[in-house]
Design a protein around this ligand. Structure first.
Ligand SMILES: *[C@@H]1O[C@H](CO)[C@@H](O)[C@H](O)[C@H]1NC(C)=O
Ligand SMILES: *[C@@H]1O[C@H](CO)[C@@H](O)[C@H](O)[C@H]1NC(C)=O
Ligand SMILES: *[C@@H]1O[C@H](CO)[C@@H](O)[C@H](O)[C@H]1NC(C)=O
Ligand SMILES: *[C@@H]1O[C@H](CO)[C@@H](O)[C@H](O)[C@H]1NC(C)=O
Ligand SMILES: *[C@@H]1O[C@H](CO)[C@@H](O)[C@H](O)[C@H]1NC(C)=O
Ligand SMILES: *[C@@H]1O[C@H](CO)[C@@H](O)[C@H](O)[C@H]1NC(C)=O
Ligand SMILES: *[C@@H]1O[C@H](CO)[C@@H](O)[C@H](O)[C@H]1NC(C)=O
Ligand SMILES: *[C@@H]1O[C@H](CO)[C@@H](O)[C@H](O)[C@H]1NC(C)=O
Ligand SMILES: [Zn+2]
Ligand SMILES: [Zn+2]
Length: 578
């Protein structure tokens, strides 16, 4: 087949002479991987290259990555010959017998060969893809071409490669199918007939093929055509380390893998069965990492000393005169929300970039507002689901407005003690009299906080559209943050240093918890658990340790003065806001 010989030349062709792409190597020639891009006619310097490092915390689950269908993978007579060249060992399959479909692939792909990448005899690993920078000893690539396509190497989805990691075990089977395969390894290039009866399934063994990553990439050898739909399986094939050693030892070829390439913003997806760190944790005990075990997650700070949320003991707060009013930029912008999404742990409204800002309030920096999201309790009308508690009282809901220091990248901000500023607002029902704040409101005739009911109606009207986890909806309705907050007195608040309240719990947050709550209808609050499909999404209170909780200057300490003072403050801030 013309296409497959073209591919042999482009992809793995050391022995096939062709115009470009034949003069390359991994080490010891002019065109090492860093210079593949200089070989004329290659795509090796483009933006969609492979392999890549798969950062599992950035991977998104894709419900459309269904199970694969593998045709004739169990057939014991499909490996026709073994070809050894200076770059790899390749098993060539009988034509038109082995096929791959499903797995989110568009159509059926005809499998033509599989080959291997490895390291060296010094136990340096040699997989091409890496998982969170971990490189496995070897990687197997099963290469398939889209059926009925004239020129698959020049089609963005013309080639499907299935990548399997190979892991070294101390005492694995030395006589199985992999020993059959390695019995063909030798130090001379050429093609020999394969006359053992082993199937591709025999080689893959018991790897769970429902767990895999997916991204769009390229061939990993010149000409690096950007034609590959990549599937990288999560579980490795485990084989005896001595069999792995046979690859560099018997062939004399070592370190035949390309370094990982920049993703350039490409998203890696995972099939629903794949175990991801982000899907590992949860708020109840129906998963491995319940809140008390969050500190065991990789790269987690959840066991630190400055964790959030906390219970605010109002008797032990300190007045701080620096905690003056905030300055809010564009909080009245009615088209600031880009989209609303169901993250699987919360409902989050992502804002347009570089539009909203917060400063003042004793923050000492200008912060860009990134998003706001909600924490809630159960579907029951009297449920409590705020994260922070005040004198052990938990409110029905809590809204978090997340801001990042404007002078820092997000990556740096989460590593900096005041890199993030979160504004926390309690939400409770209109008719509620439970709130300790309620008495204050009655003191000032104009100060009863009310939010814009229509804005909340418009916001919650999106919830039915984001019932699926990870789904999002563009927000086109007019909703400003000011509308949602209503006339809550934003001059009276608590301040402490803490953390993100979800993994990785980075201790990078200056917290502001406003004393007054936003008033929203109970029915609207219940739409959150009802549509999102999960309840009680709040972290238990964390130890205060030696931290201090400050209160804004305007809040008076004594109960008697409080009563009078708040009345006039509320009136004052009411004037300022309107
Ligand atoms: C996918 O395969 C797994 C195991 O092979 C099975 O448990 C699951 O039900 C399958 N899913 C679908 C949607 O067929
Ligand atoms: C599987 O292989 C057999 C021959 O061994 C062949 O007749 C059959 O068409 C193959 N199936 C597919 C789906 O290609
Ligand atoms: C790889 O093999 C080692 C034993 O050599 C084992 O401890 C480890 O769990 C294996 N890794 C995976 C992902 O199976
Ligand atoms: C290869 O496979 C056969 C069965 O097909 C088995 O008897 C033999 O032990 C295997 N190993 C080697 C090294 O050939
Ligand atoms: C495989 O074929 C070669 C000749 O191509 C022969 O020398 C060898 O004995 C055969 N091996 C088996 C296991 O049939
Ligand atoms: C949720 O996902 C299912 C199945 O993937 C799909 O049929 C349905 O339309 C989705 N619903 C929404 C609101 O996106
Ligand atoms: C949402 O907006 C983005 C760009 O702002 C657009 O690409 C996308 O198609 C929109 N989605 C829907 C469902 O309208
Ligand atoms: C937060 O920590 C910084 C030091 O990193 C300190 O200067 C500041 O006073 C602390 N703020 C509060 C509210 O404890
Ligand atoms: Zn390969
Ligand atoms: Zn939050």
């Amino acid at each position: 087949m013309a296409v497959s010989s073209l591919l042999l030349c482009l992809c793995f062709g050391a022995l096939v002479k062709c115009a470009a792409g034949s003069d390359w190597c991994y080490t010891g020639c002019e065109h090492t991987p860093a210079h593949w891009k200089d070989i004329s006619g290659t795509f090796c310097g483009e933006k969609r290259q492979s392999p890549i490092d798969i950062v599992t915390s950035d991977v998104k689950t894709d419900q459309n990555l269904h199970n694969f269908t593998f045709a004739n993978f169990s057939s014991e007579n499909v490996i026709k010959s073994i070809k050894i060249d200076k770059h790899t060992v390749k098993c060539i399959l009988e034509e038109n017998e082995v096929e791959v479909s499903g797995g989110g692939l568009d159509g059926t792909y005809s499998t033509i060969q599989f080959h291997l990448h490895w390291g060296d005899t010094e136990h340096h690993p040699g997989s091409e893809h890496t998982i969170d920078k971990h490189r496995y000893p070897m990687e197997m690539h099963i290469v398939s071409l889209k059926k009925g396509m004239q020129d698959p190497v020049n089609d963005p989805e013309g080639i499907a490669v299935l990548g399997f990691f190979i892991n070294a075990t101390e005492d694995g089977d030395m006589s199985g199918p992999w020993s059959n395969l390695t019995s063909y390894l030798k130090n001379t290039a050429g093609t020999v007939d394969f006359n053992h009866t082993i199937s591709i399934d025999d080689l893959i063994g018991n790897v769970d093929r429902t767990k895999f990553y997916r991204y769009m990439g390229s061939l990993t050898t010149p000409n690096c055509n950007e034609a590959v739909v990549w599937t990288v399986f999560q579980e490795p094939i485990n084989i005896n380390k001595n069999l792995i050693q046979n690859f560099p030892m018997k062939t004399g070829i070592s370190n035949v893998f390309r370094p990982t390439q920049n993703t350039n913003g490409r998203q890696v997806f995972a099939s629903p069965a794949t175990t991801l760190p982000s899907s590992h944790w949860c708020y109840d005990d129906h998963c491995h990492f319940s809140p008390s075990k969050w500190q065991l997650l990789p790269q987690s700070y959840c066991g630190g000393e400055l964790q959030s949320p906390i219970n605010i003991d109002t008797r032990n707060t300190l007045k701080d005169n620096h905690l003056k009013e905030f300055t809010y930029t564009k909080f009245d912008e009615k088209h600031a929300i880009k989209y609303i999404t169901n993250t699987g742990e919360a409902v989050k409204c992502v804002l347009k970039e570089d539009l909203l800002e917060v400063s003042g309030g004793g923050l000492g920096h200008v912060y860009s507002t990134l998003q706001f999201h909600f924490h809630w309790g159960s579907r029951s009308p009297d449920s409590e689901g705020s994260e922070h508690t005040v004198d052990s009282h938990r409110y029905p809901m809590e809204m978090h407005i997340v801001n990042k220091r404007k002078d820092l990248s997000l990556e740096d901000a989460i590593k900096t003690p005041n890199g993030l500023a979160v504004l926390g607002f309690f939400i409770e029902a209109k008719e509620s009299t439970k709130s300790s704040d309620e008495s204050h409101h009655e003191t000032g005739p104009t100060s009863k906080p009310t939010s814009d009911i229509d804005a909340w109606k418009r916001l919650t009207s999106y919830l039915p559209h984001i019932q699926n986890i990870s789904s999002k909806a563009n927000v086109t309705e007019e909703i400003s943050i000011d509308d949602l907050l209503g006339d809550v007195n934003r001059a009276v608040f608590y301040r402490y240093n803490g953390s993100l309240t979800t993994p990785s719990c980075n201790e990078a947050v200056v917290w502001t918890i406003f004393k007054e709550s936003i008033k929203v209808d109970k029915d609207m609050m219940m739409l959150f658990p009802t549509h999102a499909g999960y309840e009680n999404v709040f972290r238990p209170a964390q130890a205060l340790n030696n931290r201090k909780i400050f209160t804004s200057a305007s809040s008076a300490p004594g109960p008697i003065q409080l009563f009078l003072l708040l009345g006039c403050l509320c009136a004052l801030s009411y004037n300022l806001h309107l």
